[in-house]
Design a protein around this ligand. Structure first.
Ligand SMILES: CC(C)(COP(=O)(O)OP(=O)(O)OC[C@H]1O[C@@H](n2cnc3c(N)ncnc32)[C@H](O)[C@@H]1OP(=O)(O)O)[C@@H](O)C(=O)NCCC(=O)NCCS
Length: 165
């Protein structure tokens, strides 16, 4: 019961942030102009700083995923991706907020949206490979470490999970 109240409260906070910022968060189509914006944002925030890039095969696989973007006017300012791992397990990937917009509650808002989408799609648990630098951000959203630290895309990561239902 308490958990449900906490979840509802978090959803409300997310909705208020979206309303105040007048920042629509929505599911976008693979291959669309918005998807091109998403790739550019992910390159800028996640890949370029590590000297990495996406392959065509990486992007092709995303046809199966749920792609989420937050917009200011028509510009994508944050994004994330949901990938089905098992019938009840969903993986959050490619979470990125535009450099100039970080620490303004946008990451929190897009996570609330993504969790609601995952719940509606019938997933019971969310997992992710979190960068160690982002671990406190996910902890604040109720995620807990799951297993040991490991290296991915050249930097330390930790798997984190949260029960959605
Ligand atoms: C990590 C990231 C997604 C967080 O999004 P954001 O919009 O900056 O975060 P928010 O403003 O919604 O922060 C929500 C809370 O988490 C905290 N927080 C956010 N990022 C944090 C960090 N790196 N370390 C510690 N706390 C953090 C905020 O201070 C805020 O706390 P509060 O509720 O007590 O005020 C964003 O900063 C980002 O894109 N970083 C670079 C790429 C990255 O690391 N992506 C994650 C890959 S796993």
């Amino acid at each position: 019961m308490l958990k449900k109240i906490k979840n509802d409260l978090n959803c409300l906070i997310g909705a208020i942030i979206i309303l105040i910022c007048r920042m629509p968060i929505k599911i976008i189509d693979h291959g669309s102009a918005q998807y091109q914006q998403m790739i550019a944002l992910r390159m800028e925030i996640l890949r370029k700083p590590l000297g990495l890039h996406f392959t065509d095969a990486d992007l092709e696989k995303e046809k199966e995923d749920i792609l989420i973007g937050a917009f200011e006017d028509d510009d994508m300012v944050a994004c994330c991706i949901l990938t089905k791992v098992a019938p009840d397990l969903c993986k959050l990937r490619q979470m990125a907020v535009h450099q100039k917009m970080q620490r303004n509650g946008i990451g929190h808002a897009i996570m609330q949206f993504a969790e609601n989408v995952a719940r509606d799609a019938g997933f019971k648990t969310m997992t992710m490979h979190a960068r160690k630098t982002a671990e406190p951000f996910y902890e604040k959203l109720g995620y807990a470490p799951y297993g040991d630290e490991f290296i991915e895309v050249t930097i330390p990561h930790i798997e984190m999970r949260k029960k959605l239902i």
